[in-house]
Design a protein around this ligand. Structure first.
Ligand code: ADP
Ligand code: ZN
Length: 633
């Protein structure tokens, strides 16, 4: 899937931006100050003229002030002063010369002299730089400390998702009218919406229930795969009831310092109660509320967080007006204490959408996007079996982006197809250079998938084959189920294995055992994973039929100690997995050997047209035969 998320900037880069900013501020301050201070513009008055003024019949010097390096002489009756530099060229202080004027006098003469030469006032003036120094002494350490902490916080945040919030819940609050989501924004899942409509009613009219002595539920657990719209539904409950919505994710707690998780929970519940009636939404609650034994004592912090959630919920009064909605995709992992009455005792299942629901979800997401009249959302709904609501929302968005990039005014069917394939596999890479030989290998490889899939009776039909590179693949062969199905039988699975092997086998048959390429690696991985699943989880092995080998719940967290079976059983499992893969390769080879002409024809057509759709494939594939060696039943 295309990665559209922006990269986070490095943790330290903000600090440097700060430092640069501070530097600029200081620089511009000093420029302004130096412009404002009268540098050499001091009026230079010779001392002799000051003395002669003072000695004048009615000496008019009112005040002599020494300020820093300046001498200010204020005249009687005037409020301006003459300022001279305190030091003469020889470095002698002027005021000394003034003081000396009355030296050696006494009696009346002294009094008269002193009246002409007022006592010198020394005024403590600190210059701008003195001030700056004073301020700097206080401010600089503060800045350094702030910078230090903010860089630490940033680092901690990027390391473990805001665990240094020191117990303040970073809950997102959506007020009653901010981005209000309603049930009409949630398509499909009617049953879940009905269950939740009841919760809306509790929030809107608690009295109605209290009067009859009914206990209002405190917790609702939404269970369902990622992207099925659990968060959306919880927000819709808040939206419908017009109450504030506080949300937080269990995974945020998972890596916090000791005690922080619990205090965040406390803070979150306090906020919610203050804003009651309200909803608290805890996403991914399994991250803190997994079975206590499942992690072998490794999760004390999680346990504290979980306990705090339970304590808070137990402490709700009947009229507290706060309803906690939690979401998980692993109900089996949850601690039973969480599911007890009075806690999350209401369960609502949210499922992957069926075809009709997918169409409805697509309609929601195309509602505000201009589409061509011919656009067929139903066809898209048909081929997106297994997609979640989030996947569909993603396709809708990609379709709009594609249309914009192509300069279309409205979204076209081609934009839809491109978006679907882009979301499923990755963007087309037309620029990827393939030499003629590589193109030929790819054509035979894809033709191999297509033919094997086409002739095997329990495989989905071939929908499209292309040798235009997309995502990490050199080419793609699409098989699409004609209808939604919840289960697959063993024959269908074995046909999937065989058709996945078809690519590599075709390469081998045409170019020789020694010329096989790396182009089949993801096919082989798929075969390995699917056959393992068939043996370990589905009981489909030949000698292990109906036996499964579940790994413990703890396997989710501690892979190393998760095998509850012996070495010998492990060998048996490996053996069975190998048998499945070998059988798939044998069947694919049997098919392609008898259909060599079809293989050549199809590969040739691919080299010529690059992409072949169902209609174009039909005449090319119609002569393909199913050999007895590939038959299973
Ligand atoms: P979850 O919480 O189950 O992982 P979200 O609620 O976060 O899933 O779904 C992600 C996005 O997918 C939603 O914001 C919405 O755009 C879209 N989506 C999922 N389910 C639906 C639905 N039933 N109807 C409409 N949009 C949906
Ligand atoms: Zn392949």
């Amino acid at each position: 899937m295309p990665q559209t998320a922006k990269k986070k900037s490095a943790p330290g880069s903000n600090v440097f931006r700060w430092l640069a900013f501070m530097f600029l501020v200081i620089l511009s301050c000093s420029i302004i100050v130096s412009l404002l201070t009268p540098g050499d513009t001091i009026e230079k008055v010779p001392l002799s003229s000051v003395i002669s003024r003072a000695n004048d019949e009615n000496g008019d010097i009112a005040k002599i002030t020494v300020e820093g390096s300046d001498l200010k002489i204020t005249l009687k009756g005037k409020d301006h002063y003459t300022q001279i530099s305190r030091k003469d060229t020889a470095g002698t202080l002027y005021e000394q010369g003034l003081i000396d004027q009355c030296a050696g006098l006494n009696g009346d003469e002294l009094t008269s002299c002193q009246s002409k030469y007022p006592t010198i006032e020394y005024v403590e003036v600190s210059s701008f730089w003195d001030y700056a120094l004073d301020i700097a002494i206080i401010v600089v350490p503060v800045i350094i400390i702030v910078l230090f902490f903010s860089s630490m916080m940033r680092q901690a945040q990027s390391m473990n998702n805001q665990s240094m919030g020191f117990g303040k819940a970073k809950a997102k609050l959506y007020g009653p009218d901010k981005k209000r989501v309603l049930f009409t924004d949630v398509a499909g899942n009617e049953a879940a919406k009905q269950d939740l409509a009841e919760v809306v009613d509790f929030l809107k009219e608690p009295k109605k229930y209290e009067k009859l002595g009914a206990k209002i539920p405190r917790g609702v657990l939404l269970a369902g795969e990622p992207g099925t719209g659990k968060t959306l539904m919880a927000r819709a409950v808040a939206g419908e009831a017009s109450v504030p919505f506080f949300s937080i994710s269990g995974s945020e707690f998972a890596e916090m310092f000791v005690g922080v998780g619990a205090s965040r929970v406390r803070d979150l519940f306090a906020k919610a109660k203050k804003n009651a009636p309200s909803i608290i939404f805890i996403d991914e609650i399994d991250a803190v509320a997994h079975k206590r034994d499942a992690r072998g004592g490794a999760g004390r912090e999680d346990e504290q967080t979980l306990n705090q959630i339970l304590v808070e919920m137990d402490g709700f009064d009947n009229d507290s007006g706060v309803i906690v909605i939690a979401a998980t995709n692993r109900v089996d992992m949850l601690d039973k204490a969480l599911l007890r009455p009075g806690r999350f005792d209401r369960h609502v299942n949210v499922t992957l959408p069926e075809r009709k629901d997918r169409l409805d979800i697509l309609k929601v997401h195309f509602k505000n996007k201009p589409t061509e009249k011919s656009v067929n959302l139903d066809a898209l709904a048909a081929k997106t079996a297994g997609s979640s609501g989030a996947d569909l929302a993603n396709i809708a968005n990609e379709a709009a982006i594609t249309a914009a990039r192509e300069g279309h005014k409205e979204i076209t069917n081609d934009d839809l197809t491109e978006a679907f394939e882009r979301v499923a596999i990755g963007p087309e890479r037309k620029s990827k250079v393939m030499n003629d030989h590589e193109r030929k290998v790819t054509a035979y490889h894809e033709a191999g998938h297509a033919i094997v899939g086409h002739v095997l009776p329990d495989s989905d039909p071939v929908h499209k084959v292309t040798i235009i590179p997309r995502g990490h693949t050199g080419g793609v062969t699409w098989f699409l189920p004609p209808e939604d199905r919840s289960y697959k039988n063993i024959y269908e699975l074995k046909d999937i294995l065989a058709r996945a092997m078809g690519g590599r086998i075709a390469e081998k048959l045409i170019f020789g055992e020694n010329a096989i390429t790396t182009g089949a690696s993801s096919d082989l991985k798929h075969v390995a994973e699917l056959s393992k699943e068939m043996i370990v989880e589905e009981g489909m092995g030949n000698t292990t039929r109906n036996l499964v080998f579940p790994e413990t719940d703890a396997g989710y967290y501690t892979v190393a100690t998760s095998k509850p079976y012996s070495e010998k059983t492990a060998e048996l499992i490996d053996q069975e997995v190998k048998t499945l893969s070998k059988e798939a390769a044998t069947r694919a080879e049997a098919v392609l050997k008898v259909n060599k002409t079809v293989l050549d024809k199809l590969a040739e057509a691919l080299l010529k047209h690059e992409t072949l759709e169902e209609k174009e494939l039909e005449p090319l594939l119609k002569d393909a035969k199913l050999p007895a060696a590939a038959k299973l039943h």
